[in-house]
Design a protein. Structure first.
Length: 254
């Protein structure tokens, strides 16, 4: 008869107890930090906000340019069909997960819809070519940050915007975002839209700027990389840089 060594968390727990007894708790902590350091990943994101109807005489020229750009986009993307997916049983959920860059499963997508999220999609020739997730509920659990985001009733948090590669740089995402802003403002009273975008994501930052989003802060996030690209959040620092009415992300909590 042979005794197999213990595997998994139990094995590491037993080893940790031995080190703590023989070398002390401080030595154990140092060993854990030393082993974890190579697997810690940090991420930075810009906090961007768009306020619906927020125009002043001083930026009238920018507004005119934005409206002209919107008219050009409308001509370029006149063949697009827009849809707001809210039903977990919608047949387009299958196609939605198929084009998702983050490989979001159908189960997760349907759960988001059950929790009150909206997914705006754009179709061309009957095929899904872009998608944008938005909150409708007063709070939202961000699966990447592992935090509960609480928002005012007039706010909407955006995430998961993506388009298929063959449709990029063709104005599709801008038109989809315009459509989402119109729907959420007119039907649900949303006036402020918040998104987190990494500084390295130039295409998304460019699209956000054209839509009228402005930087109001930055976020730093540190996490421990685990198996299968999952991560354990360690720290999150949110800094708002610009004055605004109310609080865009009213509270960030674990």
């Amino acid at each position: 008869m042979t005794a197999r060594p213990r595997r998994g968390p139990l094995r590491y727990l037993e080893r940790s107890l031995v080190v703590a007894r023989q070398e002390g708790l401080s030595a154990l902590i140092k060993r854990i930090l030393s082993a974890a350091r190579p697997h810690i990943r940090t991420a930075h994101a810009l906090v961007l906000r768009f306020r619906f109807g927020d125009t002043t005489p001083s930026d009238a020229e920018q507004v005119a340019q934005r409206e002209a750009r919107r008219a050009r986009l409308a001509r370029m993307t006149a063949d697009l069909e827009f849809k707001n997916i809210v039903d977990p049983c919608d047949p387009d959920v299958e196609a939605l997960t198929a084009i998702d860059e983050w490989k979001t499963s159908k189960a997760i997508a349907t759960q988001r819809l059950r929790d009150g999220a909206h997914c705006f999609v754009a179709k061309r020739d009957g095929e899904l070519v872009a998608a944008l997730w938005c909150t409708q509920a007063p709070d939202f659990f961000d699966p990447y940050l592992r935090r509960q985001l609480e928002l005012e009733s007039h706010e909407s948090y955006w995430w998961g915007a993506h388009s298929v590669r063959t449709q990029r740089s063709m104005g599709v995402m801008s038109r989809l975002a315009h459509h989402a802003i119109g729907e959420l403002s007119e039907r649900h009273g949303k006036r402020e839209f918040t998104a987190l975008i990494r500084p390295s994501n130039r295409p998304s930052l460019s699209t956000a700027a054209k839509l009228g989003f402005h930087r109001i802060g930055h976020l730093e996030h540190a996490g421990l990389l685990l198996a299968r690209q999952e991560h354990l959040p360690l720290d999150l620092d949110l800094t708002l840089e610009a004055p605004h009415d109310g609080v865009v992300l009213q509270e960030v909590r674990q």
